[in-house]
Design a protein. Sequence first.
Length: 268
Amino acid sequence: MDLETVGTFRRARRRADLALAPGERLLGGGTWLFSEPQPDVTGLVDLTTMGWEPITGTPGGGLEIAATCPIADIAEFGERTGRPLFAQCAHALLASWKIWHTATVGGNVCRSFAAAGMVALCAALDGTALVWTPDGGRYRIPVARLVTGNGTNALRPGEVLRALELPGPALRARTAFRKIALADLGRSGAVLTGRIDTEADGGAAVFTVTAATAAPTVLRYPGPPGPDRLRADVLAAPGYYTDPLGSAGWRRQVSALLLTEIHDELAA
């Protein structure tokens, strides 16, 4: 879509270039920005020219994923390194080949829709957001806490998501995944993940619900909790919502069913 109100375009090369004038917006892949009219937007600042390396290793076997990393790179990296959850969460997005290679991980997280596949990935693997503040500072916040609702997050005006950090132990854990939608090519109605941390005593277990709840739901246990307890906890979780793509009751029930399947798969 043409943004008819946009009169300026800047390429960001250094951090100071990310200070926005009134009416300016940061541009990553532009998937959402160009999807509908933006009458308040008068200028764009291109983040992709900052030169951030898409995916880099960190001490302890972790990963830093730049906010400007294309979602397609995430899927390809996961397939290349034997981490199926990366591609599974990327495929949970309803997107064409073109969008996959243009849309960014950071844009998907910052838009914070309930069905955001990159939010699901980060919540499942204890991902942390590295945020730059307008005064030159920085802070970190778990992605599961950054996203506060369906399309809302805790970022303040002028703050920039610099990267997503995934810890090594979570990356080395065993994972399982389920997704359901009311149509074969429809937006995800529920995305469920499970993780067994093989490096933790007793095999700590983490189960997440996204797409079905307005904000990520993360359930943690010192070990596999058993299917009955997990099902009860999923059914009791808050945040299930109704929209044209599914009712709250349907989302609640399918989340409980599919997470029980995940539990049994990981416990086998």
